[in-house]
Design a protein around this ligand. Sequence first.
Ligand SMILES: [Zn+2]
Ligand SMILES: [Zn+2]
Length: 287
Amino acid sequence: MHSTVMPAIRSAKGSKHPWFRRRALIVTKHGKERVIIPLLQHTFAMHVELLLLDTDVHGTFTGEVPRTGSAKDALQRKIADAFPFADRGDIVVASEGSFFHDMLGAVDVELVAIHEVGSESPVVGKCRSYDTNAARFQIRDDLALQRAIAVIGLPSHGAVLRVNGPVFEKGIHEAQVLKRLAQEFLEEGAAVEIESDMRAYHNPRRMRMIARACADAIRSARVFCPACGEPGFRVVEAIAGALCEWCRTPTTLAKAYRSACRRCGFESVSETGTAYVEQRWCPYCNP
Ligand SMILES: [Zn+2]
Ligand SMILES: [Zn+2]
C-alpha cells in the first residue's frame, strides 16, 4: 500500500496532539482494555478510566441477546452509554467485533472507535482478518470432539458448550472438562454443540485483532483535516482504474485514494503513485 497522506496534511504525535493527556473512558466488559489502554497511554499519554457497563445488552455472541443493526450501530450505542459519565472523561473508546464466513473462510472484523464528546462522529479503526477460530461444531463422537478442541485452540482459547440448543456453559478452557461434559450429555442422548468463545477475554487471537484496530484508529487520529484541523482525516475510498502496463485497459486496482473529513466534509484525492499495474490484473490481458 502506498502512502495516502499528502505532504500538505498535518499529522502530530504525542504532546502536539489535542488529545494529549486527556481523560478517556473505555466502555468494555470483556477485558479489551488490556490491549487498548497501553496503546492510548503510549501515544497520547491519556488517563484512561474503565467504565464497566453491561455492553451485553447490545447483543452477545452466543445469541442470548441478539444484536440489532450493524456493528457500527452497536459501537454508537456503546459510545452513547458513556455520555452521562463525561465529567470523568470526555474521550470515549469502545469496540465491537463481528464474525462471518466468506469464500475463503471465517472472517473477524474488529472496530475500535475513539469519540471526542461534542464531535459528530468517532474516529474508527478497523482490522479485518482470517486469523480467527470462529467456528461451531455438532458433536456426535469423540473424533468430532477432538477436532473442535483442536480448531478452537483450548486451553489458550475458550469454548462454549450448547446442550439441546441453549448455552450450557461458556469460557471452558480445560479440554478435559469439555470432554467430560460433552461425553456425559452425549450418553444421555442430548444434542451437543461446541463453539469458540468469541469474548475477547477468552480469545487471544481476537484480542490481537482488537489491538490492530485500535492502532488503526490511533494512526488516523494523528492526521488532521487540512481545512478545519479535526483529527481523523482518512482514506474513505479506493478509486479503481489503474491502467494495465501492457494494453492500458483500466483495472479494478486503485489509481487514487479519496480522503475525507468527518466534520467539515473536506475531501482530497491522492494518486497512488503507480501509473501502471502488472498485466495479471488486467481484465483484457488476463480475463
Ligand atoms: Zn492489459
Ligand atoms: Zn474538516
